[in-house]
Design a protein. Structure first.
Length: 242
């Protein structure tokens, strides 16, 4: 892990509604994610995980506070500039997948790389490799409508990695997976960890902590606990899952 911070938030806050209906979905969160870290943010349903992740990726505006992605302030950027910064630095796995219905699995995965200007050949090769790593080599030419929920989720994970992004933000990436598919995804995350990829995963799946360097517990929009794990221990726990 190197020292530079690739993702940073200060006083990050998002409110919904007003007066008696006011919800502080995310409440003054400070966060520093160093390059190469695998961070798991855990918490119960409704505690603000998706809202936090969307703000970190510049997909949703905070009510208050600041976010820097790759050293650039993303929360005040124009939509267009934020989209460009995301294209160049970020892979996002949505809780609801958001695949393009009219594109096959492999076309969905390679799209981000093509938009960023990679050669079609190289983008296709990487997309097929990623699909293979999430256990979907034989589903590459299927449309999302011909895939199960868990298979779509794995396509969404492969897609987030297609462009070799600086940071991957993943929202509940194993929420629809059985234990075999979860293991495929954990193995992939473990591999990413060893290659120095920065990964932030929000989840209520405790198995994710097996491949994390750091675990933050979230309650009612705020961080309740922040612990650094010893990487060697993470490896051991992970081995226990096989
Ligand atoms: N558009 C909205 N309008 C009003 N309240 C919202 C809106 N979106 C989210 N909330 C509220 O904000 C809180 C945080 O929601 P969020 O989706 O971030 O939770 P989460 O931790 O991702 O939950 P889950 O684990 O179920 O995905 C919840 O109480 C939710 O009801
Ligand atoms: Mg959520």
């Amino acid at each position: 892990m190197t020292g530079s911070t690739v993702l940073q938030a200060r006083g990050l806050t998002r409110q919904y509604g007003q007066n008696s209906g006011l919800v502080r979905a995310v409440d003054e969160v400070d966060l520093d994610v160093p390059a190469g870290q695998t961070l798991a943010i855990m918490g119960p349903s409704g505690c603000g995980k998706s809202t936090l992740l969307h703000m970190l990726g510049g997909l949703q505006r905070p009510t208050d506070g600041q976010v820097w992605l790759a050293g650039r302030r993303i929360d005040t950027m124009s939509e267009r500039a934020a989209a460009r910064l995301r294209r160049d630095t970020l892979g996002f796995v949505f809780q609801a997948f958001h695949l393009m219905d009219e594109l096959t699995a492999v076309e969905n995965v390679e799209l981000a790389a093509l938009l960023a200007g990679q050669s079609p050949r190289r983008a296709r090769r990487r997309a097929l490799d990623l699909l293979d790593r999430v256990g979907l080599a034989d589903r590459a030419t299927h449309l999302p409508s011909a895939l199960s929920g868990g298979q779509r989720q794995r396509v969404a994970i492969a897609r987030a990695l297609s462009n070799e992004p600086l940071v991957v933000l993943a929202d509940e990436p194993t929420g629809n997976l059985d234990s075999a598919a979860t293991l495929d995804v954990l193995r992939l995350f473990e591999e990413l960890r060893t290659t120095g990829q920065t990964l932030v995963v929000v989840t209520h799946d405790a198995r994710i902590t097996a491949v994390a360097d750091r675990v933050i517990s979230m309650r009612d929009g705020a961080f309740a606990d922040d612990s650094q794990l010893v990487s060697a221990t993470a490896g051991t726990v992970y081995n226990g899952l096989r």
